[in-house]
Write a protein that binds this ligand. Structure first.
Ligand SMILES: Nc1nc2c(ncn2[C@@H]2O[C@H](COP(=O)(O)OP(=O)(O)OP(=O)(O)O)[C@@H](O)[C@H]2O)c(=O)[nH]1
Ligand SMILES: [Mg+2]
Length: 364
């Protein structure tokens, strides 16, 4: 417990404890950070807030820009994560680094309307546990922020998510929300941390926790118009959609099947198909003998499994280029022990001797 004597120096130096932490996950958002801070500071005039950017070592130097801003603005901080990736885990880390009783999560690309933050904050102070910025209720609009295809995808995902949330929410896919720290602290260890949709995870986990404790979770909504991205590029990709489906299944099983287990299993399943197809192609079509066809199929399936797991299952600690090649090679004992043509090469001969372990292309 901090006693009054310890509290005094901070009070004398004019330091004010932040009431609201604004968490901004960022990846390659260099040109968006400073204008976003200015917009947020204007919107939150009169509220003691801190601005925490969680950057995954963006190649465009976003972290350096945030640190430069932090040297000029007392309430800016940068959590600079190295060797890590992932929106949900970045948000969890940003929230965990702050002691403010309320926090908001907002994208760095200006798509979320910061002018509704005071309204969201007021609702939380008045008693809502979580306040969600919604594009699909009241005056909320998608505006020019999403293409027609993305909007259709977002609406479908919203419908799928309502299977989990019991349709309590008009926009569970929103990345724009504000909530009480104590609600987050109750469920933080159960959050998935994989993927892009942390709000959905928080709502499902907090509802379950509260139901078990015979308490209700009060969710409020504030409509806003989704804007087009200010600068930089979207990080949305088909892989993120697959991760989202994994999160849905994981939450439907009450966390019994973690997202990473589902993704790992899915990649393993595709590996079996790749293996059988390559075996058929090399044995039946190219005429390899069975041993060589089997060896080739194993190598191809291991490679596709490695690439898919690196991109999907372990995207938060993805290996790149040379590093991933090295790990891949080390993970293949069968390759190391395989008899390659060069192993039959004898000094003095101009070319390696062809051996039976090298696939024989009969051209059939
Ligand atoms: N720290 C961190 N932030 C990320 C990561 N991926 C995305 N972000 C940030 O999360 C926010 C949302 O990402 P966006 O690319 O805008 O995704 P989106 O809003 O769903 O898609 P768009 O509508 O196309 O912009 C942005 O502020 C990104 O910079 C990541 O791996 N790590
Ligand atoms: Mg965006």
């Amino acid at each position: 417990m901090i006693d009054d004597v310890q509290k005094q120096p901070a009070a004398h130096s004019g330091w004010i404890a932040p009431q609201l932490a604004v968490i901004v996950p960022s990846y390659n958002e260099r040109d968006n950070i400073v204008p976003l801070y200015d917009k947020v500071a204007t919107a939150l005039k009169g509220i003691a807030f801190e601005f925490i950017v969680v950057d995954d070592n963006s190649p465009d130097g976003t972290a350096a820009t945030v640190k430069e801003l932090a040297r000029e603005r007392f309430n800016v901080r940068c959590i600079h994560r190295i060797g890590r990736r992932g929106l949900s885990s970045a948000v969890v880390e940003g929230i965990s680094a702050s002691a403010a009783p309320y926090f908001a999560v907002i994208d760095a690309d200006h798509q979320h309307d910061e002018t509704v933050l005071p309204q969201m904050y007021a609702k939380a102070v008045a008693g809502d546990d979580i306040v969600v910025g919604t594009r699909y209720a009241g005056d909320g609009k998608v505006g020019d922020g999403l293409s027609a295809t993305r909007e259709a995808g977002s609406r479908l995902a919203t419908r799928l998510s309502s299977l989990l949330t019991g349709a309590k929410l008009s926009d569970p896919m929103s990345g724009f929300f504000l909530m009480k720290r104590e609600v987050f602290d109750e469920i933080a260890p159960t959050l998935s941390k994989d993927g892009f949709k942390i709000l959905l995870d928080i709502i499902v986990s907090a509802t379950r926790f509260r139901t078990r404790a015979d308490r209700t979770l009060k969710i409020g909504e504030v409509p806003y118009t989704f804007r087009p991205r200010h600068a930089g590029e979207s990080k949305m990709s088909p892989l993120i959609v697959i991760q989202f489906l994994g999160l849905l299944v994981s939450k439907m099983t009450g966390g019994l099947l973690p997202t990473s287990f589902l993704l790992f299993g899915m990649v393993g399943g595709t590996g079996v198909l790749v293996h059988l197809f390559t075996l058929w192609l090399t044995h039946q079509f190219f005429g390899f003998n069975f041993t060589n066809a089997q060896l080739t199929a194993t190598i191809v399936a291991m490679t596709t499994n490695f690439v898919l797991n690196n991109e999907l299952t372990y995207s938060d600690k993805k290996l790149r280029a040379a590093a991933s090649g090295l790990v891949w090679a080390r993970s293949m004992p069968s390759v190391r022990s395989a008899r390659w043509p060069m192993s039959r090469w004898r000094p003095g001969s101009t070319s390696p001797t062809r051996t039976s372990s090298w696939p024989a292309f009969s051209g059939r």
